[in-house]
Design a protein around this ligand. Structure first.
Ligand SMILES: NC(=O)c1ccc[n+]([C@@H]2O[C@H](COP(=O)([O-])OP(=O)(O)OC[C@H]3O[C@@H](n4cnc5c(N)ncnc54)[C@H](OP(=O)(O)O)[C@@H]3O)[C@@H](O)[C@H]2O)c1
Length: 334
């Protein structure tokens, strides 16, 4: 039996759906059923139920977006750092393997190869880097799992969200048997407020950053496949291969969905941060070759994005539509 913590969240529901589809035996645990943040309660529960594997899909990514973490620092630290540490201890004592959802946001930038040298470039929005990405994408390489996170409290500046995710990785690494899964921003086929493809359709103005993304369901399948194949424990970058800009995504939305609107973009980073954002956004490229070497292939990001948009599933509930106030309340800038 697999124990799924945070089963009511976006990723928790996706894990539950995939486990159901696979016919796996699992317990979808929510904090209403058990306060799994309490060491004693979680320890007793895990000892009693003896799960073969624990999935931690709990975390605070901020509401309506990562800016929310700056205002809710206590909760962010509690869910993103202290809880993973508690789970790590429980799993260590009970000899239970487990998987933790971290984030690609632990990095900023990419490795840039020019003149036979490789250097780390933190700001992917610099015009020369954007040119390089457009003309020679092979010269811009992602961070591997061997690279230390560089969007952290130790390598400031960073967002509070990313800082807490890095602290969690530090606390878990090498303790017991664990996977640390690093997804990028999540997208999928359904018209839901948290889906990046919906957010971009809703924003009056878009910030044209370079992103690494993960198709939500491909990500969840890959996490479970790692466990099912008994791949070595450790950190795995789990973004769909390739970097993509928000402008490219918007152009793809325009080409495939043909919506009746035109997009505006923030004129500069300075304008975006002055007018629309409170915390720094992580913009990074990750290398997924370790996951590939484990026999798990995620589709190239553009292929996966196009597939989503060609199989777009509009919301059945009109209040879930990008034009509605309810939908707007759930949104923010990416
Ligand atoms: N969203 C993204 O784009 C993204 C990308 C990369 C990584 N991640 C990471 O993935 C993890 C899950 O993200 P998500 O998007 O699925 O988040 P979510 O929808 O907000 O779900 C998080 C879950 O955390 C649990 N939780 C426990 N105590 C809570 C509290 N006091 N307040 C709020 N939630 C509480 C809840 O689970 P129950 O009530 O069901 O127990 C909630 O459903 C996080 O660690 C996040 O850092 C997210």
């Amino acid at each position: 039996m697999i124990l799924l913590l945070g089963a009511g969240g976006q990723l928790g529901q996706a894990f539950a759906g995939e486990l159901r589809r696979r016919g796996a035996s699992f317990i979808p645990l929510t904090r209403n059923a058990l306060d799994y943040t309490q060491f004693d309660l979680l320890f007793d529960y895990v000892r009693k139920m003896s799960p073969e594997f624990v999935i931690n899909a709990v975390g605070y990514p901020g509401r309506p977006n990562v800016d929310g973490c700056e205002q809710a620092r206590e909760l962010t630290l509690h869910l993103n750092t202290l809880l993973p540490q508690t789970i790590a201890r429980v799993c260590l004592i009970t000899n239970t393997p487990w998987g933790h959802v971290s984030s690609a946001c632990v990095y900023a930038g990419a490795k840039v190869m020019t003149g036979g040298e490789t250097r780390i470039e933190r700001d992917l929005n610099r015009p020369e880097i954007r040119r390089l990405l457009a003309q020679h994408p092979d010269w811009v390489r992602g961070f591997t799992e061997l690279d230390e996170p560089n969007f952290s409290f130790r390598c400031a500046p960073c967002s509070f969200y990313s800082g807490t995710k890095v602290l969690a990785e530090d606390a878990i690494r090498g303790v017991g048997w664990s996977y640390i899964w690093r997804p990028g921003m999540l997208f999928h086929e359904r018209e839901e407020p948290r889906n990046l493809l919906c957010r971009l359709q809703r924003y009056p103005k878009v910030y044209d950053s370079v992103n690494c993304l993960s198709h939500r369901d491909e990500f969840v399948r890959a996490c479970l496949d790692l466990w099912q194949r008994r791949a070595p424990f450790g950190i795995y970058n789990m973004t769909n291969p390739g970097a993509v800009t928000n402008r490219q995504i918007v152009e793809t939305i325009e080409r495939i969905l043909k919506p009746n609107r035109r997009w505006e973009f923030w004129g500069s980073d300075e304008e975006f941060y002055r007018m629309a954002a409170k915390s720094l956004r992580s913009s990074a490229v990750l290398d997924g070759s370790k996951l590939l070497a484990a026999g798990i292939r995620l589709r190239p990001v553009m292929e996966s994005l196009e597939h989503c948009l060609r199989h777009w599933r509009p919301a059945l509930d009109p209040t879930d539509h990008p034009g509605s106030p309810t939908f707007a309340a759930a949104m923010g800038t990416p």
